[in-house]
Structure formats: structure tokens, C-alpha cells
Design a protein around this ligand. Structure first.
Ligand code: G6P
Ligand code: MN
Length: 456
């Protein structure tokens, strides 16, 4: 089979390739096409992948191209992980908001709306290309903000596009490890939107072990979520929130900590990655792979905990530092491919069309819920409805996401101003309007959405 990776010069591509190398299934990926708009990044990743493939006789063949259509043509699967506007755009997403004293974050809050506004037109164009050139392909979308982007793409590709985030499975893995459980026997009862969800039960052979976890001081303290949210709040809630809910439940502290920090996450990564791509251009073979491993290791795995104080951040990092062979996204993506192409039925938490899963949300809204995947596609599991506070937050954020999608598609400033003004993390409609103006001023790809009085 052929796999196209859009954003193929990106940092996480070696994880995907390593997972493909380990895949021993009968129908497997034999050809990988990396697409990226930047040839230098493609060369860098091709060098890393070549070293990984060294000595593996049936390693998938890697080709690179700056022409998306070449990558997409006849593909069986498409992975999309593009960053429109690059890390420089991410820095603006963060800074414009922080300058107005509201949360400056990649996907959550106003930063995520600016990111979505400029990314939706690009991903929609991709969706149309997929429909024309690879009509049978499944698109596995990692592009953030993943829920919003997947929902926009579903307008063109229907259920052939699904969104992946590593945070729900990461939470599951951490919880299983903390409790010493075999992850294969653990099922998570989870509901939410992307980066806005709650783990309500941890079922081990059908028995809920969450109450035991919540009751145990040491176990809870060893868990990243225990540090981020604090044991007391987790006990009050009675569920484990997705780590991104830190920005909602502790918004004031998160804004303060980011304002006080010497640099934003985007600023840190921009420096780190520029240095990486510069150095790797000079490196060859094994040196390229080593350089990638070293850079990956030095990315803090728990910067949310870090915000709470360098000491806790560091202590957690020793447990959870990103491992260069870590599966993360890649593991989930490979399970999806195996389930669809080889009917290896699997249950996982994905971003999919709601249908009737969450009664309080429209059927065509994308939600992040447990699903079963097999050769017939994706089937959301029936679940208990979210409680009133969860429902309220999901509805409000979904309304904002849909206004953002509409603004990106039509160029409507009204919808965009409503999206920013109605976001639960923007405390004033006047600030909402200034955020929109700020992003239009600072990010050309956002300005383009509203150029010429909007498109239809
Ligand atoms: C997690 C989230 C992703 C997000 C990433 C940011 O993996 O699930 O959606 O993009 O963190 O990590 P970074 O290292 O870029 O700050
Ligand atoms: Mn994510």
C-alpha cells in the first residue's frame, strides 16, 4: 500500500516510519511519499529515515516531493500533519493573546482559533485533492487544531477522514503504568472534544479502578495529571481531565505563568528546530539520526507541569521524557491502518463524526470518543452522556469552533469576531475583537482569509 505523509519534513515523521518498520502484517505499507513545501526539511527527514531503514530488507521505500498531488495520487492512506505559517505563526498565536493578557497557547483559546482560521482553507484544498486523486483513501489527520480541522474536512470527505490526538491514549498509558496494569486489558471511558475531554472510568477487565487511583496519594502524585491539576481538584471532580483542561480550570495561573516565563513554548521550539534543520543539513547518515534523537530527547515532555515550577517539571520529565522510539501518535495511526486494511478490529479514542453519540451536540460535529475501527470503518461506542458542566463546556467550545470554520470558509469577520468573543477563555467581547485584529495584523495567512471582503 501507499502512504502519503503531508508535512513530511516534520519532526514526528521518524516515529511513524519506525512504527511502519515494525509492522509485519500481510497488507502493509510498501511506499511512503513525504510531501512538504520545504525541500530542506524533506532532505533532513529522508536522511533520518534512510538510517532507520538500514539493514531492514523489506523497509518501505521513501520518496519525497514538493508536489502534493504526486504524494496523494493513488494513496491508500494519507497522514496529514501540516503547520500552516510554521512555528513563527505559532509564536504569533501565543504572543498576540498574551499581549492582551489572555491565554497564549497553540491549540487552546484564541491562539487555536487563529491557527484554525489559517489552516482550514489549506486542509480543505487538500481534502478536495484527496477526493480527486485518492478517492478510496482514508485521511488520518494530526493537523491541529485537530477537532476543528477534521470537522471541516469531513464536509468534503465524510467519514473517510478521522482525527488523532495522542493525549487520550497517553493518559491511558500513564494511568495503566501507575497502577501496574496491562494496557491491553484496560478500556477508557472518555468523552469530549479534542483537547477538552474527561476520563470518567478506567475499566480493567470491566472493573472501574479510577476510584482506587483517586484515593491513593502516592499514585495520584506520580501521575502527570496529579501534578498539573493537584490531587484535591481531581478528587473534587471525580474524573481525570485531559491535560489541556488545565488552561480552563487554572486559566489565571496558566496566563500568569506564561507571561512570567522567559519564552513561550513556540519560541523555544522555533529556536530548537531552526538549529536542528540547520545542523542536519550538514550531517549525513547516522549523524542525522543521532541529531534527531538528541533533539527529541531535549524537548520537555511535560511543559504544563513545568509551568508549575521548574522542580516538578524536571522531576516528571525524568519519568516521562519523550522517548525517541515512543509510539504516541504513530502507534494509534498504525492501529487505525491495521484495523481498516486488515480488519484487525481495535478500540481507540479518535476524533470522529458525532452522529448520536453525544445527544447535546449536532450529528455532524466532530467529537473525541472511544470508537471501534474495522474494515467497514469507524463505529463510535455507545456511552454515558457527559454531565452538565462537561456538556456546557463542550457546547460552548463547539459553537466557537463552528463559527471559526464558517469564518475560514466564507471570510466572514462577523463569525470570526463572534468566535473570539464567545470563547470561554476570552473574558470580554472587546478583547475578542482586538484579538481578531491582532491576528490579522500579525499573520499574513490569517489576513488572507478576510482579504477582498471574504470569499463565498
Ligand atoms: C500534544 C498534543 C498535540 C500538540 C503537542 C504539542 O502531543 O496532543 O496536539 O501539538 O502536544 O507539543 P509541542 O512539543 O509542539 O509543544
Ligand atoms: Mn493533540
Amino acid at each position: 500500500m501507499k502512504l502519503a505523509i503531508l508535512g513530511g519534513g516534520g519532526f514526528r515523521v521518524p516515529y511513524v516510519y519506525q512504527a511502519l518498520l515494525r509492522d509485519r502484517g500481510s497488507r502493509r505499507i510498501e511506499q511512503v511519499w513525504l510531501h512538504d513545501s520545504d525541500e530542506g526539511r524533506l532532505d533532513a527527514m529522508a536522511a533520518v529515515l534512510a538510517t532507520l531503514a538500514d539493514g531492514v530488507p523489506d523497509a518501505p521505500k521513501v520518496s519525497t516531493t514538493v508536489d502534493p498531488d504526486r504524494a496523494l495520487e493513488g494513496a491508500d492512506f494519507v497522514f496529514a500533519a501540516v503547520r500552516v505559517g510554521g512555528l513563527a505563526g505559532r509564536v504569533c498565536d501565543e504572543r498576540v493573546a498574551l499581549d492582551l493578557d489572555v491565554l497564549g497557547q497553540e491549540t487552546t483559546g484564541p491562539g487555536g482559533l487563529a491557527y484554525g482560521l489559517r489552516t482550514i482553507p489549506v486542509m480543505l484544498d487538500i481534502a478536495h485533492r484527496v477526493k480527486a486523486l485518492a478517492p478510496d483513501a482514508y485521511v488520518i489527520n494530526f493537523t491541529n487544531p485537530a477537532g476543528m480541522i477534521t470537522e471541516a474536512m469531513q464536509g468534503v470527505l465524510g467519514d473517510r477522514v478521522l482525527g488523532i490526538c495522542d493525549t487520550p491514549s497517553g493518559l491511558g498509558t500513564r494511568v495503566a503504568a501507575a497502577l501496574g496494569l496491562d494496557p491491553a486489558r484496560v478500556r477508557l471511558d472518555y468523552v469530549g472534544l479534542n483537547h477538552l475531554g474527561w476520563m470518567r472510568r478506567i475499566l480493567h477487565d470491566g472493573v472501574d479502578v479510577l476510584p482506587a487511583l483517586l484515593a491513593d496519594d502516592d499514585l495520584l502524585g506520580s501521575l502527570e495529571e496529579g501534578v498539573v491539576f493537584g490531587r484535591e481538584w481531581l478528587r473534587d471532580l471525580g474524573v481525570i481531565p485531559n491535560e489541556y483542561l488545565y488552561y480552563y480550570y487554572f486559566n489565571r495561573e496558566a496566563v500568569r505563568a506564561t507571561l512570567d516565563a522567559p519564552q513561550t513554548r513556540g519560541e523555544f521550539l522555533l529556536k530548537q528546530q531552526s538549529a536542528f534543520y540547520e545542523r542536519i543539513a550538514q550531517a549525513s547518515g547516522g549523524a542525522a539520526l543521532e541529531l534527531w534523537r538528541e533533539t527529541v530527547r531535549s524537548r520537555s515532555a511535560s511543559y504544563m507541569a513545568e509551568m508549575k515550577g521548574a522542580e516538578t517539571g524536571q522531576a516528571l520529565d525524568e519519568h516521562t521524557a519523550i522517548d525517541p522510539v515512543d509510539e504516541g501518535y504513530a502507534g494509534v495511526a498504525l492501529s487505525v491502518m491495521g484495523a481498516i486494511s486488515r480488519n484487525e478490529r481495535a478500540t481507540m479514542i479518535l476524533n470522529v463524526r458525532n452522529g448520536s453519540t453525544v445527544a447535546a451536540l449536532p450529528p455532524d460535529a466532530v467529537v473525541e470518543v472511544p470508537v471501534t475501527v474495522d474494515a467497514n470503518g469507524v463505529h463510535p461506542l455507545v456511552l454515558d452522556q457527559p454531565d452538565l458542566h462537561q456538556t456546557g463546556l463542550m457546547q460552548q467550545v463547539k459553537a466557537v469552533e463552528r463559527l471559526t470554520i464558517s469564518a475560514a470558509l466564507t471570510g466572514s469577520r462577523t463569525d470570526a469576531a463572534k468566535a473570539f468573543g464567545l470563547h470561554p477563555l476570552v473574558d470580554s467581547a472587546a478583547v475578542g475583537r482586538r484579538l481578531l485584529d491582532g491576528y490579522i495584523d500579525r499573520i499574513p495567512e490569517v489576513a488572507a482569509v478576510f482579504a477582498n471582503g471574504g470569499r463565498s
